[in-house]
Design a protein around this ligand. Sequence first.
Ligand code: MEV
Length: 313
Amino acid sequence: AVDHRACGHGKIILLGEHAVVYGSHAVAAPVPLAVRAVAQDTKSGGVDMFIPRWGVEYRLHRDPAHRDSFQRSLGIIFDELQLTDRSMRIEVFPNVPRAMGLGGSAAMAVAVIRALDQHYKLALSDEEINALAFRCEEIAHGSASGIDNTVATYGKPLLYKRAGKKGEAPMVRELHLPKRIPLVIGISGKESLTAVTVGKVRTAWQRNPALYDGIFQQIDSLTLQGVEAMQQYDLERLGDLMNICHGLLNALRVSSWEVEELVQIAREHGALGAKLTGGGGGGSIVALCPQNREKVAAAIRDAGYQAMEVDIG
Ligand code: MEV
């Protein structure tokens, strides 16, 4: 039997989050966590959404004005694909933890679009899937750069820079790494909405654009150096750049008590570099661990957090 479950990838950002919203480069990679979704016909007379793991269950409101923010973000998919009047059930199986900076919202949008694409034989291209997931992200994040939906769609490590003008295509370059890069993801368990941290950074930037643009430029430059370090497999240098990037993200005040503890634990147990990943304000960290990977993961777990060992590339 054919499995019609469609998938969207979760992600980590290795360098460049937040600054990427303002036009800097960022590096991201998929993680072996995905959201899956499946669409089925029903006779219920509406679009019913089920996310059993989260206890979410709702009938999509036909009128966008009556949708809450969660319904608005995914609802745009049904409007755009002109499926709002269908009678169907969408079931979603999220293996990306919610609001942990690992791209769960983008992965969910991509999974739902792909499930509809398969079920209704829409023959959407990856570009169309990505563009529609970006619309969902704009609603979910406020001002999304588009990096999360791009990794969720293509599932490859990439260098990303958003378009200068609305309507133009972003710069997306797949990164071919000489060898896999061993990481530990530390999950704080503190949920944080990217829309909130992105909004905080925007308010601070509006008060002092010159100062913040300077920080974004530094993040841009260290991200490009990080790409070189990755391609030369110079992990010492990559680790330094991750540490500096975390310092700059701290300057943007998107860290949290838990994130700082995780970063310190990782560094003390031998990580070459450790930083928050994604939106921050809680969520997750990523630590570069060519040696001592198990030790770092164990120390994170001993402190009461979750740890995942992943390779990218
Ligand atoms: C979130 O994963 C990454 C941010 O840079 C927001 C975005 O790029 O849309 C914080």
